[in-house]
Design a protein around this ligand. Structure first.
Ligand SMILES: [Zn+2]
Ligand SMILES: [Zn+2]
Length: 112
């Protein structure tokens, strides 16, 4: 005979919500170096991106592969080649683009 007064058991399992980072979805580990994406502010392990800490440090405004991909897609909407240049320029500090434009914008100030 079952009691009619049974209450629903409050056994809702709540997993501890730990923020996870990187493509490996690991919680923060102080022993592991991570780099923050300038675009989406996500943190990543260099080794998970198949790159090195040194390579990342050389870039002041590092963006994760996902953000780079999105940027390239957006930039490459017209021509893939142009998008590639734009992405490279954005990463390297617009030098590549400036050089390209510089060729055309070179106005000679000739004193007549
Ligand atoms: Zn990772
Ligand atoms: Zn990102």
């Amino acid at each position: 005979m079952a009691c009619m007064h049974t209450q629903p058991a409050q056994r809702i399992f709540e997993p501890p919500k730990v923020p996870v980072f990187c493509v490996c979805e690991m919680p923060y580990n102080p022993d592991k170096f991570m780099v923050q994406c300038d675009q989406c502010t996500e943190w990543y392990h260099p080794e998970c991106l198949k790159t090195s800490r040194k390579a990342l440090k050389s870039q002041s405004n590092w963006r994760c592969p996902e953000c780079v991909r999105i940027a390239q897609l957006a930039a490459g909407a017209g021509t893939a080649a142009a998008g590639h240049v734009a992405a490279a320029a954005a990463r390297d500090g617009v030098d590549a683009k400036a050089q390209q434009h510089g060729k055309q914008d070179k106005r000679r100030k000739t004193a007549d």
